[in-house]
Design a protein around this ligand. Structure first.
Ligand code: SF4
Length: 378
């Protein structure tokens, strides 16, 4: 199904992966478990013979979700609930929902009530990851998830099952990193839209299959350095949707040379170290990922990581993708803006909403920003 895809097909599948997931689940007889982002250890779900699928919203119209959520719930939360309530509910046998912010904390109860016939489990990631107790907490949560899935599937997990799952997931991230590396040196080899579609689709489909496509795609790309006409930027935020936003970047020859997205580099940072028991290694991985708006306890971490990435990639500007009504980003953004501007670094904020039907205002502002940047007036 996903083992011999061209880049064009990857973009198509990433736009709407659900028909292919539905067919794959029917053919394989496997059950499908959805998770909202972020930090659910998908390797654990996979090791039970289930298909973990990251839920990353829908652009289809909101019909039912607004009746269950306050008006100021973020666009991603509304869109994910709508995706399951109105469009793809039949596909999922269960959900593992992380509680990372106030919105997701309330949402997991709403999902439980809304889908009483499905398996619904929560995953409580510690928000203050720097505390000494955080490691103990994450390990306990992973073990609690294993016990819960074991009960639901009536299967006992072995270390070997989990190690094999970790191997497949690690391979996926390493392949994506290699492709991203080629994109950095030769932006003409793969567009921004294609690159982030590869990551998004990898978060939603069977890794063993898509890894085969990734190998073919990696081997077909020209890795020679060739950056003429492109402007390197870094992309900061949680997600970047709708995917047409990447078209706008591609139109003005922006090369995303680095990012902090959960649907980008933060996913690739999830390679599990190969030491200790698999549960210990998965626990360790949790603390190796980069900044994520709702989970941190160092107010300077966001700024320090963004600045380090900007410097390391030799980028010319920062683009911040703000999801409408994301409370975590709304706390972070004013401070980040102030600190970045103090450094004299050009920064542009793109406001996004999953149900956007027109991006003309985003295009106009982005073009104006880049004309000023190239003219040196920022
Ligand atoms: S972190 Fe932001 S985007 Fe994610 S669920 Fe919470 S409020 Fe929504």
């Amino acid at each position: 199904m996903w083992d011999n895809l061209s880049l064009k097909e990857v973009v198509e599948y990433a736009n709407d992966p659900y028909p292919s997931i539905r067919k794959w689940a029917k053919d394989s007889g496997k059950r499908v478990v959805g998770s909202t982002i972020a930090d659910v250890p998908e390797e654990v779900i996979h090791a039970f013979g289930l298909l973990p699928v990251s839920l990353i919203g829908t652009q289809k119209p909101l019909k039912k979700a607004p009746s269950r959520l306050p008006d100021n719930a973020c666009s991603l939360a509304r869109s994910n609930l709508e995706l399951v309530m109105s469009y793809e509910g039949d596909l999922f046998d269960g959900f593992v929902l992380p509680q990372v912010c106030d919105t997701t904390q309330h949402l997991s109860d709403i999902w439980r009530i809304t889908f009483p016939d499905k398996y619904v489990e929560s995953f409580l990631a510690p928000r203050q990851a720097g505390r000494p107790s955080a490691r103990y907490w994450v390990k306990e949560e992973i073990e609690r998830l294993i016990a819960s899935l074991s009960k639901w599937t009536d299967k006992t997990l072995t270390d070997q099952d989990l190690k094999e799952s970790v191997r497949i997931h690690n391979e996926n991230k390493v392949l994506l990193k290699e492709i991203y590396g080629i994109k950095r040196t030769n932006p003409a080899a793969i567009t921004n839209k294609e690159m982030f579609a590869l990551i998004k689709l990898s978060m939603q489909v069977d890794k063993a299959e898509i890894n085969k496509s990734l190998k073919n795609i990696r081997d077909s790309l020209n890795p020679e350095k060739k950056t003429d006409g492109y402007t390197d930027v870094i992309l900061v935020g949680i997600t970047c949707d709708p995917p047409e936003v990447y078209d706008l970047f591609d139109e003005v020859k922006i090369n995303i040379a680095g990012d902090t997205l959960v649907t980008g580099t933060r996913y690739l940072q999830g390679v599990v170290p190969d030491n200790g028991t698999p549960v210990d290694s998965l626990t360790e991985r949790h603390f190796k990922r980069g900044f994520y708006s709702p989970i941190h306890d160092d107010v300077y971490k966001n700024f320090n990581e963004v600045k380090a990435l900007y410097t390391a990639t030799n980028a010319k500007a920062i683009i911040y993708v703000h999801i409408e009504f994301c409370e975590s980003e709304e706390y972070d953004l004013p401070d980040l803006k102030k600190m970045i501007r103090k450094e004299g670094i050009p920064m542009h904020v793109v406001d996004t909403e999953y149900q956007t039907t027109s991006l003309s205002h985003v295009r106009t502002r982005l073009q104006a920003f880049f004309e000023s940047l190239r003219g040196g007036s920022l």
